[in-house]
Ligand binder design. Structure first.
Ligand SMILES: C[S@@+](CC[C@H](N)C(=O)[O-])C[C@H]1O[C@@H](n2cnc3c(N)ncnc32)[C@H](O)[C@@H]1O
Length: 232
């Protein structure tokens, strides 16, 4: 009998923000798979390192950083093939997903490749969005306000155009797009309400008004702009 492939959200960084279900599935996994950069550790694996079962088989999927904006098709093809082989041999495979699997998560590329062929279950996780607003100590939106999630990878003119029409904003994937993001927020007249948060929920967490943010931002950072009705 085939095993099940679980896409498991492991939260934004603090291991205490892992759900009980994620903890159980990871602790009982035959095989774990996870994306990892070509230099350095996998963030998702680091979150769960303390409760990976002894001797568990690991399938790292090495995603070159230079393809940040596009799925590395061949990496996910190879990862999906290996995961499929393990599941068809009767093993339960847990794919570790930072935050929530389906919120800008690369798990979607494996799901697209495997879901017709193998039983798959998705276990939602605490998204970085909640961790960021908690770190910034600000409610995000209230009453009839809408929330816009904007990737900072959009070009500057498009960012400004969208920012001119928003209530509350979460801007993700800041990293090397930080200077452009700040210029766009400034052009839309929103800097005074904007908060910057990096590494939310981790010991190195940093939260401050955007105007006081460091010159550069790590990949794991976000800008939130609360709506005008969202008061403390
Ligand atoms: C590819 S998306 C993955 C989002 C993830 N699936 C989730 O549910 O949070 C990566 C982006 O999420 C944001 N992010 C993830 N973890 C974060 C953290 N701990 N602190 C701040 N931002 C974070 C950053 O904007 C980062 O560039």
């Amino acid at each position: 009998m085939s095993g099940i492939v679980y896409g498991v959200g492991v939260g934004p960084g603090d291991p205490e923000l892992i759900t009980l279900k994620a903890h159980r599935l990871i602790s009982e996994a035959d095989v774990v798979a996870y994306p990892a950069p070509d230099s350095g550790d996998s963030f998702a694996r680091r979150i769960v390192a303390d409760f990976l079962p002894k001797g568990v088989r690991e399938i790292p999927m090495i995603v070159p950083m230079r393809v940040e904006r596009f799925p590395a098709q061949d990496v996910y093809d190879a990862g999906a093939a290996e995961i499929s082989k393990a599941a068809k041999a009767g093993k339960n495979v847990v794919v570790l997903c930072e935050g929530d699997p389906f919120f800008y998560g690369s798990f979607m590329y494996l799901f697209a490749r495997l879901s017709g062929d193998i039983e798959m279950q998705v276990v939602p996780g605490v998204s970085s969005l909640g961790a960021v607003t908690a770190a910034a100590q600000t409610p995000l939106c209230a009453r009839e306000e809408t929330l816009s999630v904007l990737p900072a990878t959009l070009d500057e003119a498009e960012l400004v155009e969208r920012l001119n029409r928003v209530n509350a904003v979460a801007m993700m994937k800041i990293g090397r797009h930080f200077a452009k993001a700040k210029r766009a927020i400034d052009a839309a007249g929103l800097t005074d309400r904007a908060m910057f948060v990096s590494h939310a929920s981790l010991p190195e967490q940093h939260a401050c008004p955007l105007a006081d943010a460091p010159e550069t931002a790590p990949y794991f950072s976000m800008i939130v702009i609360p709506g005008r009705d969202a008061h403390v």
